[in-house]
Design a protein around this ligand. Structure first.
Ligand SMILES: [Zn+2]
Length: 80
């Protein structure tokens, strides 16, 4: 049992992206248990300004993630 799941990328239902599991909390919602990152929870508690600042950060993360996904796809296509 040496598998370390604490840093495993886990889907965050709030940001719609992935974070290391050790930065997340398991939330119980109407539709079941879902992972949500601590940063988004704290931003929500801090009020509107922090929430908007965090929203902008998440947009950046999503953009970077789709960019690296496109990059990987490009690399795969070029290997052929
Ligand atoms: Zn998140």
């Amino acid at each position: 049992m040496s598998t370390d799941t604490s840093i495993e990328p886990t889907y965050c239902y709030h940001c719609r992206t992935h974070h290391p599991r050790n930065e997340m909390r398991l939330m119980v919602t109407k539709t079941g248990k879902r992972w949500r990152c601590v940063r988004s929870i704290e931003a929500t508690q801090q009020g509107r300004e922090a929430r908007e600042a965090y929203g902008r950060l998440v947009t950046e993360i999503n953009r970077a993630e789709s960019r690296s996904r496109a990059q990987r796809l490009n690399n795969l296509l070029q290997e052929k």
